[in-house]
Design a protein around this ligand. Structure first.
Ligand SMILES: O=c1[nH]cnc2c1ncn2[C@@H]1O[C@H](CO)[C@@H](O)[C@H]1O
Ligand SMILES: [Zn+2]
Length: 366
């Protein structure tokens, strides 16, 4: 029996809840003030605004275009200031701090090393400076008495032709903080099967991977990702809803791909705010998250790009609570879903679930 009852769900209490994020882009999460300072330091003079607040507004407004391709254009400015050892280290370090301040206890953060070679760094150097930044961030957070684990996924850009090379890079850094691989970028016209070579290499090396699929393009992309490529998780995957028919009484009929994804417990990395911005869904009320959670797909809550979405994990959770009426036990379930789906080793997952996540929600549930 509880003496206090459940805490109300507000942004403040959500920030205290232990959270896990599987889908967050490093180059989509910079602090506006940091962008300005790094731009000044490296001589990048194409920023669209000159003070932090205007820049914050510029990113969220420009990303809110209803088109993935235009959303992605905003990354030119963040990637531009992440070309040096200092830039990469600082952005990674601050990412850890920002997650910890929001009560995130586990994060898988991704970025595309091939986009960070303009100042002459090698792929290996790019990854090493970033991992050093994460490690320094973890240490700084630990020194304040909090605990966070941040690991890295390496992304290959789906329109480019370096995925095999990036897969090899990921495997090279597998014991140093890289736990998986991803492909991202404009989806239409660039099906995941273009990168079969990379996925086969990863599978042969027992390294796991996720694929952005079913975001700006439909069900065929999801089908390819899970059936041809063997994706361990799906980035977004919202269009899986096209393979589900829901009758007026709520009864659902699933097609073959939807059944496969649910049966195999393939995790869906859902990013509500990002989906609104890119036009993948028209409104939160219509976001497939609600139906998919109800139908017991393995849904997880994610930020995608904190800068472009002007968002945090707490914010994404609050939006879902306000839209679908979720309570603490639902949020705990989504968080445990994320930990079960994470790419770190099993004992470490269990440790975070048993020693941080369950006790944290027990306090909030009251
Ligand atoms: O939601 C998304 N869908 C597809 N690609 C994305 C999304 N968010 C970011 N990126 C792309 O991933 C790269 C590496 O982090 C970013 O530079 C951006 O081009
Ligand atoms: Zn993404």
């Amino acid at each position: 029996m509880s003496l206090t009852g459940p805490s109300p769900i507000t942004l403040a209490t959500l920030r205290q809840a232990p959270k896990a994020v599987l889908h967050d882009h490093l180059d989509g999460g910079l602090r506006p003030a940091t962008i300005l300072e790094l731009a000044a330091a490296c001589g990048y003079d194409k920023l669209p605004a000159q003070d932090p607040e205007s820049l914050r507004k510029w990113f969220s407004e420009s990303a809110n275009s209803g088109s993935l391709v235009r959303y992605l254009e905003t990354f030119d400015h963040t990637v531009a200031v992440m070309q040096t050892p200092e830039g990469l280290h600082r952005v990674a370090y601050e990412c850890v701090e920002d997650f910890a301040d929001d009560g995130v206890v586990y994060a898988e953060v991704r970025f595309a090393p091939e986009q960070h070679l303009e100042a002459g760094l090698t792929l290996d150097e790019v990854v090493q400076h970033t991992l050093d930044g994460f490690a320094a961030g973890e240490k700084a957070v630990a020194a304040t008495g909090r605990r966070i684990r941040v690991v890295c996924l390496l992304t290959a850009m789906r329109h480019a032709a370096r995925s095999r090379e990036i897969a090899e890079l990921a495997v090279r850094f597998r014991d140093a903080g890289v736990v998986g691989f991803d492909i991202a970028g404009a989806e239409a016209g660039y099906p995941p099967s273009r990168h079969l070579d990379a996925f086969e290499y990863l599978s042969a090396n027992t390294m796991r991977f996720t694929i952005h699929a079913g975001e700006a393009f439909g069900l065929p992309s999801i089908h390819e990702a899970v059936a041809f490529c063997g994706a361990d998780r799906l980035g977004h995957g919202v269009r899986i809803i096209d393979d589900i028919e829901v009758a007026d009484d709520g009864d659902a009929t699933l097609g073959r791909v939807a059944n496969y994804v649910r049966d195999q417990r393939i995790p869906l990395e859902m990013c509500p705010t990002s989906n609104l911005q890119t036009g993948a869904v028209a409104s939160l009320a219509e976001h497939p998250f609600g139906q998919l959670a109800r139908l017991r797909f393995r849904v997880t809550v994610n930020t995608d790009n904190r800068l472009m979405g002007d968002t945090t994990m707490s914010n994404e959770m609050l939006a879902l609570v306000e839209t679908f009426g979720y309570g603490w036990s639902d949020l705990e379930r989504f968080t445990i879903n994320a930990m079960k789906s994470s790419f770190i080793h099993f004992p470490e997952r269990l440790d975070l679930i048993d020693n941080l996540i369950k006790p944290g929600y027990a306090v909030l549930i009251g």
